[in-house]
Design a protein around this ligand. Structure first.
Ligand code: MLT
Length: 265
């Protein structure tokens, strides 16, 4: 499905019944990366999954690529779907950075937070420089070099040997536009440090992280979970950065248990 929001057309899924969960994908991905969560949570919740601007089947406007704009786009989608109740946010990696922004500015829209393969810290100066170098590469050569570079960072060696897994991840990345990829890189480079927010997040929170994540070390996830009062940590064995793709059953179980706890009272 698609909806015209401000300056672009946003593609999304909205399926299932119950209190909503909003999934926000990471870089340089799209909504398809949550296919297994969509299937696994169908009988549990109303699942809403957008393609951010410049990604997947959404259109790619020339501007508006920032974490705050991604957050506004997601909330505009909820408005367009008449979702007024607070939702469980599930942010994958960069999607987690978007969740922190929503929590800072619109905490009333949030019932709970699932951080999937994400972190609260900002980029280091070295990481910022690497974002700029990657953006130059994408501007010059298109998205293909980043797709090749990211694959081994997203999956475990075992995952990289599973053709269906590789195909899904590769295809999802290839659907990202140049504007979307360059936009993500600038958005991530400029994101603030969300660690000061953690002690006063005030929402039920679970941090779900692949034990073998080469992109964001498990220690970051452990620190995040520790800093949120009452924060839970679920470590997923035999999973890299995309635990929901490599170990969908374990991830879906963790999300389902968390969701039920949020709405238990
Ligand atoms: C992501 O998976 O969204 C990004 O790779 C995270 C990052 O680079 O900080």
């Amino acid at each position: 499905m698609k909806v015209q929001l401000n300056d672009f057309s946003m593609a999304y899924e909205d399926t299932g019944r119950g209190h909503p969960i909003l999934f926000i994908h990471g870089y340089p991905l799209g909504r398809r990366i949550f296919d297994a969560q969509l299937r696994g949570l169908l009988g549990v919740a109303r699942v809403i999954v957008p393609d951010l601007r410049g990604h997947g089947d959404s259109s790619a406007p020339a501007s508006g690529y920032s974490i705050a704009q991604y957050a506004d786009d997601c909330l505009a989608l909820l408005d367009s779907r008449s979702v007024t109740e607070p939702v469980v946010l599930c942010g994958l990696s960069m999607g987690g950075y978007v969740c922190f922004d929503i929590l800072r500015r619109h905490a009333d829209r949030v019932a709970g937070l699932v951080l999937l393969g994400s972190r609260a810290s900002a980029d280091t100066p070295e990481q910022r420089a690497a974002r700029d170098a990657d953006a130059e590469l994408v501007r010059g050569e298109g998205v293909a070099p980043i797709v090749e570079k990211m694959l081994p960072r997203l999956l475990t060696p075992a995952g990289q040997n599973k053709p269906k897994v590789v195909e899904l991840v590769r295809r999802t990345m290839e659907m990202t536009s140049v504007a979307g990829m360059v936009g993500d890189l600038g958005a991530m480079r400029d994101r603030p440090d969300s660690r000061p927010d953690l002690p006063r997040l005030g929402k039920p929170t679970i941090v779900i992280h692949g034990r073998e994540d080469p992109l964001i070390p498990l220690s970051e996830a452990e620190a995040t979970a520790r800093a949120v009062p009452g924060g839970d940590l679920k470590v997923i064995d035999a999973a890299g950065h995309l635990a929901g793709v490599e170990q969908p059953t374990a991830v879906n179980q963790a999300i389902t248990a968390f969701y039920k706890k949020v709405w238990a009272h």
